[in-house]
Design a protein around this ligand. Structure first.
Ligand SMILES: [Fe+2]
Ligand SMILES: [Fe+2]
Length: 215
């Protein structure tokens, strides 16, 4: 017996496909922009360089899974009447990032983090919770998160093998986009989180990046 999918069914189906890295079905996430990696040549990487690049791209992919969950959680509860278009634009760019990272992981012969379902659930809850508190907090949370992401991406530009121009091109474009997302959230009235909150976020993100690099 067939039935119409409820919004919850659609959400679960979407999250499931996203988390399993399914990119070949009509409901899989699709990038609006081609990956910046497409224009770069594939370099002959040594085995340890390939493994390291895959670890870093797995961290970036996990970060993008979090971004999906954060924006979706927030969309569920926040009002954001003035900035909904900007937020949707940012969310669409996060889909691009997610797909680019997944593609690069595939090319490096590696896999997404096994812990992504956990990161997805936590980020969704945080996004929805921030949205419930109010738009100022919710937008502030986006800005603080994007700041963290920018710091990671900058460090990855230093850590990625110099010859891995494909991964570097992806990270470079993401860095550009995330910095703009942070500015947008602050310009829209997001609060600047105090230093202790940001320190706590740094600690949480350290756990997330160190485990996702390996698992
Ligand atoms: Fe992103
Ligand atoms: Fe972003």
């Amino acid at each position: 017996m067939s039935r119409t999918l409820t919004p919850l069914d659609q959400f679960i189906t979407r999250a499931d496909r996203l988390l399993r890295g399914i990119t070949h079905t009509s409901t899989a996430p699709k990038a609006e922009r081609p990956s910046p990696a497409h224009k770069q040549p594939e370099a002959p990487l040594k085995a340890h360089e390939r493994k390291h690049a895959a670890g870093l791209m797995r961290v970036n992919h996990a970060g993008e899974v979090c971004a999906q969950a954060l924006y979706r959680g927030q969309a569920l509860t926040a009002k954001l009447p003035q900035v909904r278009n900007d937020m949707e634009r940012a969310a669409a760019e996060e889909v691009d990032h997610l797909v680019w990272c997944q593609e690069r992981l595939d090319e490096l012969g590696s896999h997404a983090s096994y812990l992504n379902p956990l990161w997805y659930g936590l980020s969704f809850t945080l996004g929805a919770g921030a949205g419930l508190v109010g738009d100022r907090v919710s937008l502030g949370f986006v800005a603080a998160t994007e700041d963290q992401v920018c710091q990671h991406l900058e460090s990855h530009m230093k850590k990625l093998p110099v010859g891995d121009r494909k991964s570097r091109a992806v990270v470079e474009q993401m860095l550009d986009d995330e910095a703009r997302h942070a500015d947008m959230a602050l310009a829209a009235g997001g609060m600047r989180f105090p230093a202790p909150v940001k320190s706590l976020m740094t600690m949480v993100s350290k756990v997330m990046t160190e485990t996702s690099y390996r698992l």
